[in-house]
Design a protein around this ligand. Structure first.
Ligand code: BTN
Length: 221
């Protein structure tokens, strides 16, 4: 499918961990995709669990990445957003890469580097949406009849498109879809204004008359 070598499963512990194992045992290649319809030990950001009931899309993509690139996170968010838009769903993005529909989370991204690769883990709620304490959730089947395979196929194309796009266009698209721009966020215990992202993928915030560039997951919205 679209130049990817796809390993698909009904249920495994975590596609992300499977990708790690492939890297560790030397079988990983650029553009490997590990896909499952359910996970028994799905992982989210901040060491949270990613509740992974049967019927959703759980995928980890392996790409060559000799170095870390903070801009990747935005390209992935925009690729997921465009995938959902192509099925008539209007998403927004919550920094850095949560995808929301009407304020409810429909997709999350976990980016992890291992050796000379990066693993891009993407969960999209298709037929079930878990109840989680931290935020409200929704799923695609409330808005479209597209199934997991169609969504996965569109996602692979959009990942290639946006990961190879000039960062200016990624940033423009991200800024158009982002929620909370010019709103207040918490950074190291202080309230600061969220301005946007710069050329290198750092988050720009304003503290009084001072502009700060933030790398990493340090703000709370
Ligand atoms: C988040 O916390 O928002 C990120 C969630 C990432 C979940 C995906 S599902 C596919 C891959 N396998 C995992 O165990 N996690 C990621």
């Amino acid at each position: 499918m679209g130049g990817y070598k796809v390993f698909s499963f009904d249920k495994i512990p975590s596609t992300q961990d499977y990708a790690y194992d492939m890297i560790a045992n030397g079988t990983a290649r650029d553009h490997c995709a590990i896909v499952a319809l359910a996970q028994s030990a799905g992982r989210g950001r901040y060491r949270r669990k990613w509740v992974s009931h049967h019927g959703n899309l759980y995928a980890s993509f392996i790409f060559n990445s000799p170095e870390r690139d903070p801009r990747l996170s935005y390209a992935v968010a925009v690729a997921i957003a465009e995938t959902l838009s192509s099925f008539g769903i209007q998403p927004t993005i919550k920094w850095p890469n949560d995808i929301l529909i009407s304020g409810k989370k429909i997709s999350g991204v976990l980016i992890e580097y291992a050796g000379r690769f990066v693993i891009v883990g993407i969960g999209i709620n298709v037929h079930t949406n878990p109840t989680v304490a931290e935020y409200t959730t929704t799923r695609t089947d409330k808005y479209t009849r597209a199934d997991v395979v169609e969504i996965f196929s569109a996602l692979t194309k959009n990942l290639d498109k946006w990961m190879n796009a000039k960062f200016d266009s990624v940033r423009d698209m991200w800024m158009n879809l982002a929620v909370g721009i010019n709103g207040m966020v918490k950074y190291r215990g202080e309230m600061v204004e969220l301005i946007g992202i710069n050329d290198s993928g750092a988050l720009v915030v304003r503290r009084g008359s001072e502009y700060l560039w933030i790398h990493g997951d340090e703000i709370m919205m």
